[in-house]
Write a protein that binds this ligand. Structure first.
Ligand SMILES: *[C@@H]1O[C@H](CO)[C@@H](O)[C@H](O)[C@H]1NC(C)=O
Ligand SMILES: *[C@@H]1O[C@H](CO)[C@@H](O)[C@H](O)[C@H]1NC(C)=O
Ligand SMILES: *[C@@H]1O[C@H](CO)[C@@H](O)[C@H](O)[C@H]1NC(C)=O
Ligand SMILES: *[C@@H]1O[C@H](CO)[C@@H](O)[C@H](O)[C@H]1NC(C)=O
Ligand SMILES: *[C@@H]1O[C@H](CO)[C@@H](O)[C@H](O)[C@H]1NC(C)=O
Ligand SMILES: *[C@@H]1O[C@H](CO)[C@@H](O)[C@H](O)[C@H]1NC(C)=O
Ligand SMILES: *[C@@H]1O[C@H](CO)[C@@H](O)[C@H](O)[C@H]1NC(C)=O
Ligand SMILES: *[C@@H]1O[C@H](CO)[C@@H](O)[C@H](O)[C@H]1NC(C)=O
Ligand SMILES: *[C@@H]1O[C@H](CO)[C@@H](O)[C@H](O)[C@H]1NC(C)=O
Ligand SMILES: *[C@@H]1O[C@H](CO)[C@@H](O)[C@H](O)[C@H]1NC(C)=O
Ligand SMILES: *[C@@H]1O[C@H](CO)[C@@H](O)[C@H](O)[C@H]1NC(C)=O
Ligand SMILES: *[C@@H]1O[C@H](CO)[C@@H](O)[C@H](O)[C@H]1NC(C)=O
Length: 755
């Protein structure tokens, strides 16, 4: 970057120097005049200069083809005409072209379709002259128009060409566009020296006479005419347009012409001959370094380049030479004298030293300024990071961390640079999850640990303290079934949380993916439920202060490779002060899992987590989503649907098929009953998380006995099962006979045992 600046500066300085040098030189462009006509010959007619080989009198022109008739009696200023014709010349150039005014053809009709005017143009040059085929175009204007051009080419050849133009109404004509609508254009061949242009109409303007009644056609310099819709009428007042004619002298090749010195037209010293690609003859020009009329004796004059600074590049002194110039340095200087070369340098190249010295000075100054700028930017960035750090409660956290045991696993404060590196600048490819609370990126720390980095949404400044407390408390939770918070970063505008990376996805994914769900056996589900319940029990009773998770759902229970549950996402969690059992908060959570009592009263208690956990149990049991918009309306909310099926004693119809056949109906029923108790509308009626966890743990260890220990209503269960069996035998259910058989086999004995 510094290098780029460096170069830029040098360029800048050079530009300034150049501007200075060029403006300091006065541009004295003296108009050098040289004869262009023969001695005693007129070199102009009115405004038109007439260079030899053209001339207005005998002895003044090359041969009679180059006669220019100057009519000064009829016209003032006088007008020049080619030979004895009525072709007016407006400009003659020594480069081999002259301009004439060529007539416009016209063809007009009245309303009845009768031709009222026809005037075809024709032009006839001599064979010394040809119509320039690149500068000129055949153009026809009109809405019912055919232009036909024909004539002679050199060597007695003929040509015929032309174009058609038509239009239906005035509206479709386009400014500047000459492609067939109201205007058409075509080129002419090379070596043309006569041209007749006739116009015709196909329908005598019958259909367009209400807005157009004439066709126009001309062979003229292309840039002399620009089509616009108004041309249809305005051309009526134009009679002639300029046309470019090429001229050349003699005939044959340059070599041949040079053999006959008396007739060779390039009379001047330092003149040369070339052959144009349009015409019989050849042309002459003055060599480089000379200007003038090459067709005259001594017509090419040396150019004094030293008089015109744009022609020489000398720094101090310029000396003219024939056809060239040299730059010289005065005494005491050395160098080649040219601005772009070494220039003139006095003695020990003082000038170069001066220039170089000042340039280096300026560069150093600019580099210094640039470094200063970089430093300021760096400081600004640091200040900003510091500001975010403070705004995000960094000081508070630091203080807390110091106050606590400095030794072990408390949260680490990561720098933003560390995390940017870990996530490849938070590249989209690293996103592994997106939710209401923020975006989760996968990251690789420099110590090879894989982490999940949660980029939170903007934290409310009023809740900073709370956020810090949560971070601290969570970093203290050392529970094997809680996703471990490794630390956070407070230097960015939004705080970043760094967790251990759990590889096997969420419980939600496993339940709702058919293949994965089949692999998730009942035992595994029970273990996961037990582990999750254990975490909640721990949060509610063992943690100090107690923590309410507030967003328990299957999507927040992660699974590692051994299907060990890891509860995550404490973004919404609340710490419950020890002297309170309930908190008044804004209702927050996920629909389908939300405690109805909490929703009504805004009073958050640990029983809200119990309700949500009950829904997770239902998901494990049924393999359905907590809130589903696929099925019938009554099945939308899993909790109410489940309760209603229980009421109708149809439990086994909603259970997940993949766990039905595992010979565990008593456990299923027990868990279903447990879930039911978790879903009681009144929070006080629900069991505590501790009881739920113990119940599940008991079931897991010895399913057969634990369920009887619960205070389940045995009558209720009996009726449930008998009705189940009736339903199945009536064929109302859609389970298979095998499902029923295996169920009966396993349900009967405990029933008996239960009595
Ligand atoms: C030009 O005309 C003058 C007189 O008008 C005459 O003296 C002179 O010789 C002429 N020069 C040439 C080259 O014909
Ligand atoms: C010709 O010259 C006269 C004055 O000498 C000037 O008014 C006129 O515009 C010029 N015409 C052309 C076509 O250059
Ligand atoms: C004559 O033509 C030359 C070259 O096309 C042009 O530079 C010059 O201005 C023209 N002179 C007049 C009077 O039109
Ligand atoms: C063409 O039409 C215009 C107006 O429509 C009229 O003034 C003009 O006389 C017509 N020209 C001819 C040749 O009929
Ligand atoms: C067109 O024809 C009608 C009758 O044929 C005639 O009265 C009228 O004068 C004609 N118009 C023109 C412009 O010739
Ligand atoms: C026809 O064009 C010639 C030139 O080609 C012109 O002299 C004559 O005046 C034009 N006639 C009419 C009726 O416009
Ligand atoms: C071109 O038109 C003129 C005048 O109408 C005519 O004299 C001449 O023969 C025509 N040229 C050709 C090649 O037909
Ligand atoms: C067509 O071009 C002319 C100038 O060449 C301009 O005055 C006129 O406004 C243009 N018309 C449209 C419709 O662009
Ligand atoms: C004039 O020279 C040209 C060649 O440039 C030639 O074709 C033509 O016949 C000559 N004209 C006269 C009248 O000599
Ligand atoms: C020019 O003349 C020389 C001899 O004078 C001859 O050899 C040569 O062929 C001639 N060149 C041409 C193109 O006629
Ligand atoms: C025709 O005119 C163009 C533009 O004026 C010029 O560049 C070209 O050399 C001319 N063609 C010939 C054969 O002189
Ligand atoms: C002028 O001289 C320079 C060297 O001094 C040379 O390169 C250049 O070609 C010369 N130009 C002409 C027209 O002779």
């Amino acid at each position: 970057m510094a290098m780029g600046l460096h170069l830029l500066q040098i360029q800048f300085i050079l530009a300034i120097l150049l501007i200075f040098l060029t403006t300091s030189i006065s541009s004295s462009n003296t108009g050098v005049t040289f004869p262009i006509a023969k001695p005693n010959c007129s070199d102009h007619c009115g405004n038109v200069t007439i260079p030899f080989p053209f001339g207005t009198k005998e002895g003044c022109y090359f041969n009679s083809s180059f006669l220019v008739t100057c009519k000064d009696t009829y016209y003032n200023p006088p007008k020049a005409f080619l030979q004895n014709s009525n072709i007016e010349i407006t400009n003659i150039s020594l480069d081999g072209q002259f301009r004439v005014l060529n007539y416009i053809s016209r063809d007009c009709y009245d309303q009845n379709g009768t031709r009222v005017l026809r005037n075809d143009s024709f032009i006839r040059l001599t064979t010394s002259f040809t119509i320039n085929n690149t500068a000129n175009k055949i153009t026809a204007i009109g809405c019912d128009t055919n232009a036909f051009v024909y004539g002679e080419r050199l060597n007695n050849n003929f040509y015929r060409t032309g174009c058609n133009s038509w239009c239906g109404n005035e509206g479709e004509l386009v400014n500047g566009s000459c492609s067939g609508l109201g205007c058409c254009q075509t080129s002419i061949p090379k070596e043309v020296w006569t041209a007749n242009l006739t116009l015709r109409s196909y329908d005598n303007f019958a259909y367009v006479s209400y807005f157009s009644n004439c066709s126009y056609g001309f062979l003229a310099e292309e840039c002399a005419f620009n089509f616009s819709p108004s041309s249809l009428s305005s051309l009526w007042n134009v009679h002639r347009l300029p046309m470019v004619v090429d001229w050349a002298v003699g005939d044959g090749t340059c070599d041949k012409a040079q053999n006959n010195t008396s007739s060779y037209a390039c009379k001047s010293m330092n003149s040369k001959c070339y052959k144009p690609d349009n015409g019989y003859g050849y042309r002459c020009y003055c060599q480089e370094g000379y200007q003038g009329n090459p067709y005259l004796y001594d017509g090419c004059k040396d150019i004094d380049e030293c008089l015109d600074p744009s022609l020489n590049k000398c720094e101090m002194k310029c000396e003219n030479t024939p056809g060239n110039f040299t730059c010289v340095c005065p005494k005491g200087y050395h160098g080649d004298g040219k601005k772009e070369g070494q220039g003139c340098i006095r003695g020990e190249s003082l000038v170069i030293k001066l220039v170089a010295g000042s340039a280096v000075g300026v560069i150093v100054l600019l580099l210094g300024a640039f470094c200063l700028y970089l430093e300021l930017q760096r400081r600004k960035l640091i200040t900003m990071k510091r500001k975010f750090f403070l705004q995000n409660g960094g000081l508070l956290l630091q203080e807390q961390l110091i106050r606590r045991d400095k030794s072990t696993d408390t949260a680490k404060i990561f720098t933003s640079a560390e995390l940017n590196k870990a996530t490849n600048n938070f590249h989209d490819n690293n996103i592994i999850g997106q939710g209401g609370f923020g975006t989760v990126y996968k990251g690789f720390l420099s110590d090879n640990r894989i982490v999940a980095i949660k980029k939170s949404k903007q934290v409310d400044p009023n809740q900073v303290e709370q956020f810090i407390n949560e971070v601290i408390v969570l970093s203290q939770i050392n529970h094997k079934n809680v996703v471990k918070l490794l630390g956070c970063c407070l230097e960015t505008q939004v705080p970043l949380l760094v967790y251990e990376f759990i590889s096997n996805g969420t419980l939600f994914e496993h339940i709702n993916n058919k293949t994965k769900a089949r692999a998730l056996s009942w035992d595994m589900r029970l273990t996961i439920a037990t582990e999750a319940a254990g975490v909640l029990a721990y949060l509610h009773s063992a943690a100090s202060p107690p923590i309410i998770h507030r967003d328990i759902k299957s999507a927040n229970i992660l699974l590692d490779t051994n299907f060990t549950a890891k509860v995550s996402d404490f973004g919404a969690s609340r710490l419950v002060p020890l002297d309170q059992t309930q908190l008044s908060t804004m209702v927050q959570g996920t629909f389908g899992y939300l405690d109805p009592e909490y929703m009504q009263t805004n009073q958050l208690t640990d029983k809200s987590d119990v309700y949500s956990f009950g829904v997770v149990l239902l998901e494990l049991l049924t393999g359905r989503k907590a809130l589903s918009f696929d099925g019938p309306e009554e099945e939308r909310n899993l909790a109410s649907y489940f309760l209603s099926t229980l009421k109708q004693s149809r439990l086994f119809q909603v259970l997940d098929e993949s766990i039905l056949c595992e010979g565990n109906s008593e456990e299923l029923i027990a868990v279903a009953m447990l879930a039911k108790s978790c879903l009681y509308v009144k929070g006080d009626d629900r069991p505590g998380m501790k009881e739920v966890a113990m119940e599940l743990e008991g079931l897991r260890i010895s399913g057969k006995h634990s369920w009887t220990q619960t205070e389940l209503n045995v009558e209720e269960m009996e009726s449930l099962l008998s009705v189940e069996m009736n339903t199945y035998s009536n064929g109302e259910g859609n389970s298979t006979g095998t499902g029923y058989d295996s169920m009966r086999d396993h349900i009967i004995p405990p029933m008996g045992g239960g009595r």
